[in-house]
Design a binder for this molecule. Structure first.
Ligand code: HXC
Length: 261
């Protein structure tokens, strides 16, 4: 399947989604959102894909936000609400994927672009990246979960600082604030994303999938409920062939061979 605004490649179990509207700095218009939804569905249905990388085409932008020219044509609250809902559904599907989703932020990740990165599991950035939620400069609030994911990631104070100021944060500062996990020279970013994907996919598949789910679901629970959930997952994994293999391989001083069972 080919797409108009997205490049989608799969190599050795790693899928790369490249947001590809460079003339608009990869801004998310309705067509691109529909394509991203279809790509995420394709990944959910393909167990040969073990990890996903999302990046932007060109050297300037990851994604510069929702397409402002489309927002400018919205004429009713219902239409605006539907625009907001359109990516919420896709982002929740990404959270439910067993595969890790890594954002490789190769330039501007603003508004909806940063919200896309925040919906990924792990954020890597290039030294020239800038992130921010400038929606208030347009008379809006972040409508794809950005303020709320940011609050959960870095706390209420920093979420309010970034959302109310609309300030653009350069990569080094973004790293210091915990908005991204690692920063690389631009030419090393994609290689680093692939290396991280390979590191993660060398680990036990069920364990990594359930670790992602534990952290995602646990963030929505009280600590007491979350550790009860953790206990169930830990118990479930103790009965898997992969746990037997992983622990036996350790004792026999050899690499584990995973079955994903
Ligand atoms: C549509 C966009 C765009 C966007 C850039 N472009 N961002 N088009 N939607 N979000 C277009 C520009 O209009 C321009 O087109 C071309 O891309 C290059 O952009 P320039 O502005 O000329 O580049 P530069 O001067 O380098 O500035 C880069 C930039 C700036 C700082 C990233 O483009 C910018 O501020 N963009 C908007 C960022 C933003 O506010 N994002 C939040 C959007 S609201 P032409 O045709 O002139 O060459 C949002 C809401 C999400 O995301 C929630 C929805 C529910």
């Amino acid at each position: 399947m080919t797409y108009e605004n997205i490049l989608f490649e799969r190599t050795d179990g790693i899928a790369v989604i490249t947001m590809n509207r460079p003339r608009a700095l990869n801004a998310l218009n309705a067509a691109t959102i529909g394509e991203l939804n279809a790509v995420v569905d394709a990944i959910a249905a393909d167990s040969s894909i073990r990890a996903v990388i999302i990046t932007g085409a060109g050297e300037k932008a990851f994604v510069a936000g929702a397409d402002i020219s489309e927002i400018n044509t919205v004429t009713s609250a219902l239409q605006g609400t539907q625009l907001s809902e359109s990516l919420h559904a896709v982002f929740f599907k990404m959270a439910e994927l067993p595969q890790v989703v890594i954002a490789a932020i190769n330039g501007f990740a603003l508004g909806g672009g940063f919200e896309l990165a925040l919906a990924c599991d792990i954020r890597l950035a290039s030294e020239n990246a800038q992130v921010g939620l400038p929606e208030v400069t347009l008379g809006l609030v972040p409508g794809w979960g950005g303020a709320l994911r940011l609050q959960r990631l870095v706390g209420t104070g920093m979420a309010k600082y970034l959302v109310l100021s609309g300030e653009r944060i350069k990569a080094a500062e973004a790293l210091r604030l915990g908005l991204v996990e690692k920063v690389y020279p631009a030419e090393e970013l994609l290689g680093a994303a692939h290396a991280l994907a390979r590191t993660i996919t060398k680990n036990a598949p069920l364990a990594t999938a359930l670790a992602k789910r534990l952290i995602n679901r646990g963030a929505e629970m009280s600590l007491r409920d979350a550790v009860a959930y953790e206990t169930g997952i830990f118990g479930q994994l103790c009965t898997t062939a992969d746990c037997k293999e992983g622990t036996t391989a350790f004792l026999e001083k050899r690499p584990a061979v995973w079955q994903g069972e």
